[in-house]
Design a protein around this ligand. Structure first.
Ligand code: PEP
Length: 258
């Protein structure tokens, strides 16, 4: 059985179908024994099919970077949960900071996407995180609380357990600046407390909460050793098969030590 640690690689707007095949050909042989860690690749839409074919029979899961809240219709350029599920996706990111800050996804839009993912039998990874000015103004907790409470409105405890939360401070994404293990642990523990008061202690204990923001082979072990951090959402470092495999291995070692 795969354990609760989840290491996810978000490729953003990188890798053609052919490059995806090359990556997976190099990555799979480097993977450690995955008993305690679940691994997820999140390529661009156009590489999902190529990735799904290459990953068939492997323990690595497939996910998508975004979705639209409708299941089908006249929505040029959009992609829906049923289409993603038919491509072999198990997970989908919702509310990634680049969607929020570059493409204008707001909290209510994120809630609609989360609902569509659940209706389409996908497991949403709900991304939340504060900007640097918000952190400097001491608003981290308020921002996280607002993003969580709006996105999770109407969700019951059983459904909450199907949702993964990713704490991704915006100032640490793609900047090379990582939150310290203490900063990440503090924010994630706060998220768990919020889930506990909104749902229950047992729900909060079961929900997986990841850290994301410039995770690399050199800093992964320190982050993943913290008690509330259940895995990592990795951008840049997931584009390199050796670097990503080394982060997966850090997840495996952290899971073994728990
Ligand atoms: C991300 O894409 O979610 C991310 C955390 O990117 P990076 O690891 O490059 O900061």
């Amino acid at each position: 059985m795969v354990g609760r640690c989840l290491i996810a690689g978000n490729w953003k707007m990188h890798k053609t179908p052919e490059e995806t095949g090359t990556f997976i050909g190099a990555f799979l042989p480097k993977l450690p024994d995955l008993l305690d860690v679940e691994v997820l690749l999140i390529p661009p839409y156009t590489s999902l099919e190529s990735a799904g074919r290459r990953l068939a029979g492997s323990p690595v899961q497939l996910g998508a970077q975004d979705l639209f809240h409708e299941a089908s219709g006249a929505y040029t350029g959009a992609i829906s949960a049923p289409i993603l599920a038919a491509c072999g996706c198990r997970y989908v990111l919702v509310g990634h900071s680049e969607r929020r800050h570059v493409f204008g996804d707001d909290d209510v839009g994120v809630r609609r996407k989360l609902g569509a993912a659940l209706d389409g039998a996908l497991l949403p990874i709900l991304c939340v995180g504060e900007t640097l000015p918000e952190r400097r103004r001491g608003e981290t907790e308020a921002v996280l609380t607002r993003q969580l409470s709006v996105a999770l409105e109407g969700i019951d405890a059983g459904t909450m357990e199907r949702i993964v939360v990713a704490y991704e401070p915006v100032w640490a994404i793609g900047t090379g600046e990582t939150a310290t293990p203490e900063q990440a642990q503090e924010a994630i523990a706060g998220i768990r407390i919020w889930i506990s008061s909104r749902f229950s202690g047992s729900t909060a204990a079961r929900v997986r909460i990841l850290y994301g923001g410039s995770v690399k082979p050199e800093n992964a072990a320190g982050l993943l050793a913290r008690p509330d951090i259940d895995g990592a959402l990795v951008g840049g470092a997931s584009l390199d098969p050796s670097a990503f495999a080394s982060i997966v291995d850090a997840g495996r070692r952290a899971a073994e030590e728990r």
